[in-house]
Ligand binder design. Structure first.
Ligand SMILES: C[S@@+](CC[C@H](N)C(=O)[O-])C[C@H]1O[C@@H](n2cnc3c(N)ncnc32)[C@H](O)[C@@H]1O
Length: 236
């Protein structure tokens, strides 16, 4: 456990939340690892899952909302430069300054049409990104992801979810705050909560599953759950 509580919650965010931008979260990778339960386990699981969907060489892996590119860098370290790793993110200042083979970064709004290749991608990863898109945009992005994948390609999604039963929603929400309080001050936790409520719109698991099936995926399985955080593997 850390001995001090770093000021990484949302620096430069005014308390009205109007100024929030991912661009201004300092220490982003540390911040997300301290905020999402068992985040490193998710990363480990993603690498394991990806290994089942790569060809011997020339595979393509997309990361939607790749932030600093950490997920892709770890994948490139593990699976090597015979594959292509492509990250998309709308936040210029989070993305690495330049692409470096085998990783290419695109500063791109993924809700825009026509940005993915069709039928050529082995794996698409979306870790805690859909929840920041408008609810109307999500089905279109998922359909574009489905179309981008090769047959038998995989979509790996994690999201924060609302639980259908109030009892569990309450227990899991406050258990998450307890977890965060080991690293952040109570003010930081509340300020972040205030900011996020304006830009992050989680759905229930049922609503997410409905969108995966509507996009065309017929094989879907949970690979991760910790409190309100959930991950699914969807196979084309
Ligand atoms: C919670 S972060 C995801 C973190 C990253 N996937 C990870 O696991 O470390 C959400 C990311 O989605 C990006 N994002 C939000 N809306 C986007 C959009 N319309 N197009 C592309 N990226 C977007 C944000 O800039 C941010 O980097």
């Amino acid at each position: 456990m850390m001995t001090s509580k770093p000021n990484t919650v949302a620096p430069n965010v005014d308390t009205n939340g109007k100024d929030f931008s991912f661009d201004r979260i300092e220490g982003f990778d540390e911040h997300i690892a301290l905020s999402v339960p068992a985040y490193k386990d998710i990363q480990r699981a993603v690498r394991g899952i990806v290994s089942y969907f790569l060809d011997q060489q020339g595979s393509v892996v997309y990361d939607l909302g790749c932030s600093t590119g950490e997920t892709l860098r770890r994948l490139a370290e593990r699976f090597g430069a015979d594959h292509h790793y492509v990250g998309f993110d709308i936040s210029q200042n989070l993305l690495p300054a330049r692409s470096e083979p085998p990783i290419t970064y695109h500063c791109q709004d993924i809700t825009q049409p026509g940005i993915f290749m069709t039928g050529r991608v082995n794996v698409i990863i979306s870790l805690f990104t859909l929840q920041f898109l408008s609810i109307e945009a999500r089905p279109k992005v998922l359909k574009a992801a489905y179309d981008a994948l090769k047959p038998n390609g995989a979509l790996i999604v994690t999201e924060k979810v609302y639980l259908p039963m109030g009892l569990f929603q309450e227990i899991f929400t406050f258990s998450h705050y307890d977890m965060k309080a080991e690293h952040f001050t109570h003010d930081q936790i509340l300020e972040k909560q205030f900011v996020l409520r304006q830009i992050m719109k989680p759905l229930s698991e049922a609503e997410n599953l409905q969108m995966f099936y509507a996009a065309g995926f017929t094989k879907v399985e949970t690979f991760y759950q910790n409190l309100n955080f959930k991950g699914w593997l969807c196979v084309k």
